[in-house]
Structures are given as structure tokens and as C-alpha cells.
Design a protein around this ligand. Structure first.
Ligand SMILES: [Zn+2]
Length: 105
């Protein structure tokens, strides 16, 4: 994800807990404890991956930003960074080009 404040990469911990009660199709769900999502098992096998994916999407912040103390953007400074920095950052291939120039590497 990219921080919407400084446009640097940001890694955000995702706190997501979900409780599921797996029941057979057509089973009585009245006994499922409150707060549990009911997963009805039918003919199809349970698609756990899709389930996790859905949960992750729900847990993602809508606007990802750094913790204020980690953010690269100084408070009150809205000017874009120098173009030199932009080029260096947006061109990872320049590193490869440098490596290529040295045949001993
Ligand atoms: Zn940031």
C-alpha cells in the first residue's frame, strides 16, 4: 500500500478477527453463538482462500497512511520532493544498469 500523505510505501498491520461457525446445509443455526458468522456447508467445498481474501479486504484501511511519527512527509510541507529524488526512486532499473556496467559483479 502507498501512504496517501507522503506516497511512500507503508506496511500496515491488519487486525482482523473473525469467528465462524461451520454448519451443515440446512442445519439449525439457532444454536450458533452470537457474534459468529454462519458458514453453511453445501455441496461445494469451503473456499477458505476466498473467505480470507474477503476478510482482508474488509480489514484494509480505506486511506492507508503512516503512523504520524513514521511518515516521511513533514507536517505542513506540501511541496513535492525534488525531481532528482523522484527519478531515483521511480527507476529501480538504474541499479541494474549500474550492475551491468561492472562485469565482475
Ligand atoms: Zn507517510
Amino acid at each position: 500500500m502507498v501512504c496517501q500523505r507522503c506516497l511512500e510505501l507503508v506496511v500496515l498491520p491488519i487486525h482482523s478477527a473473525c469467528d465462524y461457525a461451520v454448519v451443515k446445509e440446512g442445519a439449525n443455526t439457532q444454536s450458533v453463538p452470537k457474534g459468529y458468522d454462519v458458514l453453511e456447508l453445501g455441496e461445494d467445498p469451503l473456499d477458505l482462500l476466498a473467505l480470507v481474501e474477503e476478510e482482508l479486504l474488509l480489514a484494509l484501511p480505506i486511506v492507508p497512511v503512516h503512523d504520524p511519527k513514521d511518515c516521511q512527509q513533514p507536517v505542513g510541507l506540501e511541496e513535492p520532493e525534488s525531481s532528482e529524488d523522484e527519478v531515483t526512486r521511480s527507476n529501480p532499473f538504474s541499479v541494474l544498469a549500474q550492475l551491468k556496467r561492472d562485469p565482475n559483479v
